[in-house]
Design a protein around this ligand. Sequence first.
Ligand SMILES: NC(=O)c1ccc[n+]([C@@H]2O[C@H](COP(=O)([O-])OP(=O)(O)OC[C@H]3O[C@@H](n4cnc5c(N)ncnc54)[C@H](O)[C@@H]3O)[C@@H](O)[C@H]2O)c1
Length: 284
Amino acid sequence: MKELSGKVAVVTGGASGIGRAMARRLGAEGMKVVVSDVEPGSLQETVKDLEARGVEAQGVVADVSQADAVHRLADRTVDAFGGVHVVCNNAGVFAGGLSWEASVSDYEWVLGVNTWGVIHGIRSFVPILLAQGEPGHIVNTASMAALTSGPLSGAYFMSKHAVLALSESLYHELHMKQAPIGVSVVCPELIATRIGEADRNRPAHLKRGSDDELPPETRTVEAAIRTATQGGADPGVIADRMLEAIVEDRFYVLAPEGDPWRDACHARLEDVRAARNPRLSVPG
Ligand SMILES: NC(=O)c1ccc[n+]([C@@H]2O[C@H](COP(=O)([O-])OP(=O)(O)OC[C@H]3O[C@@H](n4cnc5c(N)ncnc54)[C@H](O)[C@@H]3O)[C@@H](O)[C@H]2O)c1
């Protein structure tokens, strides 16, 4: 998709971190932007920030794990701006722990936001893009976790592998239909965002007890994610990569060669190719 100016973008999880950087980047290209999130306060701040940068923006509170909410987001976007061209299915959360100790609520929450959020985004927005018949682009935020594996984050790894697989299917299907709609899957390395504090947005029915009741591995890995992401790259780096991918119609948006997460991705692919047992190659 080459022409972005005057077109319409929607970004889920847009009130913080990578999503906010995406919204700013797309706005800087002259796009009208619908920012969506579950956190009303930071959503309002983000809309103000975009408007201060001269971007025509609207905020819509929506929980991406809920099909109806994403459907309403699509309706609100079209009502506000008359169409939609770039859809960033970006909202995501993290919970860690041993696979057999992570609670059913942890699995439901992580898969609900990270995987079902993308499913709902595709089901609600792709039919609108197809009906419009204009150039468009779907951007799904996965992670380098989609191309690697490691201990203590099973729900997160599987949620992102699923996003990668679904994005590849979508890419093939849109080609089959000869639709003018590109697909990119964004796979960030460690980025300085608030994902280490993702618990702030857990819905009441999936809440955990107190921290003291958590298994030690859960506490350790979640503390490690908080520290590691704080030292990560600026979210703007990912927004720039995303923009390039939209304009150049590139599917895989990966950490650069030389990044330890890219090395881990190569190591995993080599193990699969040789049918070797998985080595532990993810950083940390
Ligand atoms: N930060 C990293 O190191 C990193 C690395 C790889 C991938 N990612 C992915 O990037 C995406 C953005 O995360 P981030 O790092 O910017 O974290 P972040 O916490 O700063 O931003 C995530 C946003 O998603 C929102 N959100 C949470 N639950 C939601 C829900 N149910 N519905 C709608 N919005 C919801 C949050 O309120 C927040 O504004 C996620 O998909 C994450 O998995 C992040």
